[in-house]
Design a protein around this ligand. Sequence first.
Ligand SMILES: Nc1ccn([C@@H]2O[C@H](COP(=O)(O)OP(=O)(O)OP(=O)(O)O)[C@@H](O)[C@H]2O)c(=O)n1
Ligand SMILES: O=C(CO)[C@H](O)[C@H](O)COP(=O)(O)O
Length: 440
Amino acid sequence: MEPGPLGAAGPSEPGPRVRGVCGAAPAASASASSLAVAAVLPAGGSGERMGVPTPKQFCQVLERPLISYTLQALERVCWIKDIVVSVTRENMEAMKGIIQKYQHKRISLVEAGVTRHRSIFNGLKALAEDQPDSKLLKPEVVIIHDAVRPFVEEDILLKVATAAKEHGAAGAVRPLVSTVISPSADGCLDHSLERARHRASEMPQAFLYDVIYAAYQQCSDYDLEFGTECLQLALKYCHVKAKLVEGSPDLWKVTYKRDLYAAESIIKERISQHICVVMDTKEDEEHVGRHLEEMLKNELNHVKVTSGPLCHAGRDLQQIILEQCYSFVCVNVMTSEFEETQKLLNMLKESHLSVLYPVVVISVSESMQIFLFKHMLLFFGIQLFSWARYVCKNEIFLHNLLCNFAHAAIMFESPVQMGYIVLLTPFSWQLSRVLSGSSF
Ligand SMILES: Nc1ccn([C@@H]2O[C@H](COP(=O)(O)OP(=O)(O)OP(=O)(O)O)[C@@H](O)[C@H]2O)c(=O)n1
Ligand SMILES: O=C(CO)[C@H](O)[C@H](O)COP(=O)(O)O
């Protein structure tokens, strides 16, 4: 086993304040944060059914290994304290490389077993209190989640973790798509199950740690070799009846090659729903950021707002960029001459984010007086033109929005790429509405 977590989240530093990172309802997530929760991710399979030489968890989806999306989904849940990943010895170095490259946090690696149950058991053992030299603490609740189910959301993790605390075990389920039938030895129908009365068992599942660890310790070799259901182990060996929680369709397990294409489409769809708003506002103007965040959340799933000058926002922004955010709104309040936007563009250029997917930046600045506006047109006419050329070359598309913050009159709109007008116009109007209600 690895000596300890490969990357631990550092202490928070002064600088910008980022909202929207730990996304579940605040009260619910606060109650989860008082629970000691860890996660075990079996990632030691060979992906035979996918039929490609690379195990599916390491297959690239939009130039990022599938497992990295799953890790990202778990590590953004701040109340999951440790994530233990079971990986085969031959893929250990590759896994370490992925953790380093994508700066995954709170991860520990253990060696996988020859079956999924054995890999899970190894992960659980690493969390046991009698582990010499381990920095991991025994959790009260442990979540088990397949490394090849990348689209797990915080709300379902929270539901299974809290249900496990109450019932001892809990798991996500889905309605059956097809009817399950039982064939007889001669290959004919023996009987069929009534579809509405059965469910497909998915992941994540969660358990009181002591329950699932005791179940695995009592498991027969047959269970460890051929079993596919952790909830069943808790029932069989600890007499714990798992609470079943309805999950979303995106919880499905990437199994066949076509699932990689489906995963890619879902990721693209999510990327278009992610936006980061950078505001160089002072602390007493934070309400403006909050207001803007609320309005944008009516339209989009993932909105992050950083307030404070960009010179302090480097680390947070790097993290946001790593999480594959491709749409930015940069509000230049404190500084003139698009200083903040220029800094953001430089940061995005250095990150090479746009190699994969085009990046859109909406730069919002104030134009209070007509003479200033004319002056700006003259001044920025040249500067924006050169930016436009420069940024287009790097697949970073800049959309400029000059508005009068006091009256919210949009005086100048200049999308540099026609294709983005449709996408950006609603934002422009949202922004102007928010800014008109603001006090700066
Ligand atoms: N010895 C094993 C086998 C599977 N798994 C993990 O268990 C999860 C779900 O298993 P499955 O989808 O069956 O993965 P594979 O065994 O890799 O696929 P296949 O059955 O097609 O070979 C995956 O994250 C897989 O990596 C594991 O940790 N150790
Ligand atoms: O669906 C599940 C819920 O328990 C498991 O992910 C599944 O059983 C894994 O089994 P296999 O590795 O055989 O696909």
